[in-house]
Design a protein around this ligand. Structure first.
Ligand SMILES: [Cu+2]
Length: 162
């Protein structure tokens, strides 16, 4: 039987565990590949039957030469496309691009309403709190495998429709 003291001990170890989890989650969200920093890669949870997902992250080039993202892939989808957003006649449209440069010292934000990675032909549902592996490929031939953290469903870019 638990008395007040054992409950307190149990509670404080739960708090410690929570902190440890929060810290490792924060660390796990950032990656580095040479001079490139990849911060907070994430995606939205998807409803049942969804065929596409969208991934976002922040890419910073801390080096002195441009870094070009040339593609991405994930076991969770048939392919990953790089999409730009543009406004044509007052309507937001997505445009497929083969890649983009991150200039020296620059940060490129992949974010709702802006540039993003489109997970086309999802072969599984993306559940909140899951980690979805994603491989990024660069112009110099380098690749890095990262995890997309799956955030809650909704709150996504309203202009995003497929
Ligand atoms: Cu798109």
């Amino acid at each position: 039987m638990m008395n007040a003291r054992t409950i307190r001990v149990a509670l404080s170890s739960a708090v410690v565990l929570l902190l440890v989890n929060l810290i490792s989650a924060a660390v796990a969200h950032d990656y580095a590949l040479g001079e490139l920093k990849i911060v907070r890669p994430w995606t939205h949870a998807t409803p049942t039957g969804a065929t596409t997902g969208v991934a976002y992250m922040s890419l910073t080039n801390t080096g002195s030469v441009p870094i070009r993202l040339t593609g991405a892939s994930t076991p969770a989808a048939q392919r990953v496309e790089i999409h730009m957003m543009s406004v044509e006649g007052g309507v937001m449209r997505m445009r497929l691009v083969p890649g983009f440069d991150i200039a020296p010292g620059a940060t490129v934000e992949l974010e709702p309403g802006g540039m993003h990675l489109m997970l086309v032909g999802l072969n599984r549902q993306l559940h909140q709190e899951d980690a979805i592996p994603l491989t990024l490929a660069f112009g110099n031939g380098a690749t890095i495998s990262i995890d997309l953290h799956v955030e809650a469903i909704g709150g996504g870019p309203s202009a995003h429709n497929h």
